[in-house]
Design a protein around this ligand. Structure first.
Ligand code: ADP
Ligand code: GLC
Length: 489
């Protein structure tokens, strides 16, 4: 049995802005079900404290942390996983989005907020928070936890550390005066540590100091070692290639399976696929699209940012809307994309339905009701929606990158027959290639027999978390084996 402290800045269902929340809400429960002693630690945002039931106060004040900090203990909803909420009101007692203010810009004190979180995680990891528990492993996720491996590295007795890169595009970069203000060990201001071209880089704390590194798909693990995807960190990642692996995320089938999805109008499975038509009608109804039984319906759910290729979808829109298809889009993000999409939906309400915002219910409706799911991401560390789509018989159309390349197999006649093919994959991230893939998908849709086979191929694929959790356990073991203590920084 391993003792694992899992640190993340969002954990579903307490807080979620994207896939990190999904992963942090599921992997710990999977490990717990495999009889490991996992504890989760996350910031006590105002909404988290509101939704955490009746948490127990387990610590007041932390050594080395000057701002008033308390730790509350609760359970991850629906599980026995102990969850510690780091309550530093100055940093986390605000409503709304965890990373940005109401104006959509990052909170100006994000460096202070996540440095405070990292100090608290470090104190817990070293059993200096009065919680009477010492982990074997600290598993950190993304830049918000990046300082933890750096702070732990100077200790002579410490747990092993693993750092997971969910998205290298977000690095937690701040100025030199910010570094000074944070009162971090002066030795960390070095190109071999967390300084990055004159700035403080939170993510480098993880990349340089964690005993083992991973990202969330094998292909993305390769991609980030190249200049195109590495953002200048590729040299460091290549240097650490022996300690860097790719572990695919799983899908939480207790929430994302049409056979037992409590949010969708009509449940169905591979044996009752005809019932999916009821969810298609419901989806059209919710988006105000006219009924058109034979018209394929394409869905999109995601953050409206360039990463997700929403600009490619916009560029392809005139041609798409001239075809006999309907499209539904749910997302929020950059104002320019929100506005452009809303405008087209107003002009062509029979063809395009757009909902701006974050809406868990509608995300499930789209997975269940659409015929195809479009993910033209320019890069995608793993991606979860294509995994959900496969299970819902909603054929994914994806760019061949990162986790999309690892989880969707392009439709060929042979592949459809053999069971290998599950979707449509295109190679260049441009509107023409996307259009071509959508045209291929529509042509296939018009051949009901092989379409049904393609749909079923996807529904039979298994991306459950257990397989990934076994790989994480192997990674934890390697981290314990490679751990050095009192690093010479
Ligand atoms: P990322 O983490 O890069 O945003 P993922 O595909 O890994 O992408 O995960 C996104 C998760 O967030 C999925 O569970 C998806 O359904 C959800 N999601 C994204 N945008 C929305 C939205 N506007 N409303 C509801 N759920 C959303
Ligand atoms: C990131 C990535 C996404 C991945 C998610 C969870 O947000 O953009 O591809 O699925 O993290 O690992």
């Amino acid at each position: 049995m391993k003792k694992i402290l899992f640190a993340a800045s969002e954990v579903y269902p307490l807080m979620k802005t994207g896939g990190l929340g999904d992963v942090a809400g599921t992997l710990p429960i999977t490990l717990r079900n495999m009889r490991h002693d996992v504890r989760v630690v996350m910031p006590a945002y105002r909404d988290v404290l509101k939704n955490a039931g009746q948490p127990k106060l387990v610590a007041t004040g932390l050594p080395g942390v000057i701002t008033p900090t308390r730790i509350w203990e609760t359970k991850l909803p629906g599980s026995t996983v102990k969850t510690w909420l780091v309550d530093s009101p100055e940093h986390f007692d605000r409503s709304g989005h965890p990373y940005c203010g109401p104006d959509g810009n990052d909170w100006p004190d994000n460096a202070d907020r996540y440095a405070a979180f990292c100090h608290a995680v470090t104190a817990i990891a070293l059993d200096r928070a009065g919680l009477a528990w010492t982990p074997d492993i600290v598993h950190c996720n993304d830049w918000q936890t990046g300082l933890v491996p750096a702070l732990l590295a100077t200790e002579t007795a410490r747990p092993a550390t693993v750092f997971t890169i969910h998205n290298l595009a977000y690095q937690g970069l701040f100025s030199w005066p910010t570094f000074q203000r944070l009162n971090l060990p002066a030795s960390l201001w070095s190109f071999d540590a967390i300084e990055f071209f004159g700035r403080l880089s939170f993510i480098k704390g993880g990349l340089v100091f964690a005993d083992m590194l991973n990202t969330v798909s094998p292909t993305y693990a390769e991609e980030i070692c190249t200049p195109q995807y590495g953002y200048g960190l590729e040299g460091l990642l290549v240097a650490r290639k022996n300690e860097l692996t790719g572990i695919l995320n799983g899908a939480d089938y207790s929430a994302w399976d049409p056979a037992n999805d409590v949010l969708i109008k009509q449940r169905y499975d591979v044996g009752t696929l005809h019932k999916k038509a009821i969810d298609k009608d419901e989806l059209r109804r919710k988006f105000g699209l006219p009924a058109a039984a034979d018209t394929p319906l394409i869905g999109f759910v995601g953050r409206l940012v360039e990463q997700k290729g929403i600009d490619l979808l916009l560029a392809a829109m005139p041609q798409l809307l001239a075809m006999d298809i309907q499209i539904v889009i749910l997302g929020s993000g950059e104002a320019r994309f929100e506005e452009a999409l809303s405008l087209i939906a107003q002009q062509q309400p029979d063809r395009l339905g757009v909902r701006i915002g974050y809406n868990e219910q509608l995300a499930h409706d789209i997975e269940a009701g659409a015929d195809m799911f479009c993910m033209p991401s320019r890069f995608e560390p793993c991606g979860l929606n294509q995994l959900y789509s496969l299970r819902y018989g909603t054929v994914p159309i994806v760019h061949r990158t990162g986790g999309l390349a690892d989880t969707v197999t392009d439709a060929t006649d042979d592949g459809i027959t053999s069971g290998a093919a599950t979707g449509f994959v295109f190679d260049t991230p441009d509107a023409a290639a996307l259009l071509d893939a959508i045209r291929r998908a529509i042509a296939q849709y018009r051949q009901p027999h092989s379409w049904q086979k393609l749909v079923r191929n996807g529904m039979h694929k298994d991306f459950s978390w257990k397989r990934s959790a076994i790989q994480y356990l192997a990674l934890y073991k390697r981290a314990e084996q490679t751990r050095t203590t009192g690093a010479d920084i």
